[in-house]
Design a protein around this ligand. Structure first.
Ligand SMILES: Nc1nc2c(ncn2[C@@H]2O[C@H](COP(=O)(O)OP(=O)(O)OP(=O)(O)O)[C@@H](O)[C@H]2O)c(=O)[nH]1
Ligand SMILES: [Mg+2]
Length: 379
């Protein structure tokens, strides 16, 4: 197997990482509706997503949104999803998205946790290899802090220091080492249904949310710029509704230990009956595919087509570790396909699959060309 395209996530516990990954899948499916290409999770990812959706459905039935109904992650998980043409076996573009318990982002917490110590190096390696890094942000914490003490607690609650250590340093450094690959940093405020008026709500604070994210994450962006002197990093701001039907009702600030504030949001369903209305999560797949297309694709495809000559060579290529652009050529240039089919199928079958390869290519172009959500900005 050649290298899949990797996506990393950095966000503290309970920010909404796992929920976001589910939303990406469903929104991508919508973006690809009407094309011959679909988004396919592997079996384990699918069952994880199904469990999550079921929990939500029963919450809707019960009429109560309980923020602790969904368990946090206990260990590292790699979501494996692929874009593939319908009915085909070998023609696909695989993406691996990393998920892990957000608590592990904190080095002190890792020290006391055997599993974290064991698995964190793998998480870190995945993040370094990721062409895209997602930074989910708890919008409620940012927006609902009003007293000086509450505002003072925000950086800690958002885990900005830990996010910075990974995004602003580890990831950015690794990206600078590979200036010819894409690098996208995606800041994604979540739990922000209340602040928008474009998805069934009546909020008017989109501008304020943007301003607060800019202020609080400026430090991280600054570090990314410093660590990446040799390349451009695309910074995308994308406030996402992972549910779209759950709205913050009340913000509660607790003080479990004197001088240490904690935030607890109370949410309720809106709409009758409440309906999932994922918003802007498809941006993530659009950005991933943009990275794949940008300028390189025709060149890669042509080169690969030219190079594909002997069976032996194909086998050698399959065994090689190819890096991002090599992997891209392998999948989109059709090597993955040739490897599986060249010797086994006749001319007609090859022609059919050739068409599917073009369809995949076209669908990805269409996905990238689709207008991005109005909320999304490139910074
Ligand atoms: N209202 C609202 N709630 C959300 C949103 N995204 C996540 N949540 C809720 O936030 C809580 C935490 O979500 P998770 O996806 O489990 O968070 P996580 O970051 O994966 O947490 P860990 O696995 O512990 O690191 C759950 O109760 C979710 O239902 C959102 O966009 N809006
Ligand atoms: Mg999780």
């Amino acid at each position: 197997m050649s290298e899949p395209f990797k996506v990393g996530v950095v966000g503290p516990a309970r920010v909404g990482k796992t929920t976001l990954l589910t939303a990406i899948l469903s929104d991508t499916a919508d973006l690809l509706a009407g094309t011959p290409v679909s988004v396919a999770p592997d079996e384990e990812t699918e069952s994880r997503v199904r469990r999550q959706k079921n929990q939500l459905r029963s919450a809707i039935e019960a009429g109560e949104f309980n923020t602790s109904a969904l368990h946090g992650n206990r260990e590292m998980a790699e979501y494996q999803i692929k874009l593939q043409t319908d009915g085909d076996v070998g023609l696909e573009i695989p993406f691996h998205i990393l998920d892990y318990p957000g608590g592990w982002l904190n080095p002190d917490a890792r020290k006391n946790h055997a599993l974290a110590q064991e698995q964190w190096p793998r998480c870190r390696a995945h993040i370094k290899d990721s062409t895209m890094l997602l930074v989910p942000i708890d919008a409620a914490v940012l927006m609902e802090a009003s007293t000086p003490a509450q505002r003072g607690a925000v950086p800690n609650l958002l885990g900005i220091g830990d996010v910075d250590a990974v995004a602003g340093r580890v990831w950015a450094k690794a990206r600078n080492q590979r200036p010819d690959e894409p690098a996208v940093l995606l800041l994604a405020p979540l739990k922000c249904e209340k602040y928008f008026a474009d998805n069934g709500g009546a909020g008017y604070e989109a501008g304020l949310l943007r301003q607060k994210v800019r202020e609080r994450y400026e430090e991280v962006l600054e570090h990314v710029r410093k660590e990446c002197p040799d390349r451009h990093v695309r910074v995308v701001y994308a406030p996402i509704d992972t549910y779209g039907c759950v709205e913050l009702m009340e913000a509660e600030w607790l003080e479990p230990v004197p001088g240490e504030l904690n935030f607890r949001g109370h949410y309720r369903f809106r709409g009758r009956p409440p309906k999932f209305r994922v918003k802007a999560a498809g941006t993530i797949m659009q950005e991933l595919c943009r990275g794949i297309l940008d300028g390189e694709i025709d060149r890669t495809t042509k080169r690969i087509d030219h190079e594909l000559s002997t069976y032996t060579r194909l086998l050698e290529r399959k065994a090689e570790k190819k890096g991002f652009w090599g992997a891209l050529g392998y999948y989109l240039g059709g090597e993955a396909w040739d490897n599986q089919t060249e010797r086994r199928y006749g001319q007609e079958e090859i022609a059919r699959r050739q068409r599917q390869r073009e369809q995949l290519h076209e669908a990805i172009k269409k996905l990238v060309a689709a207008p991005s959500d109005d909320r999304v900005e490139v910074w």
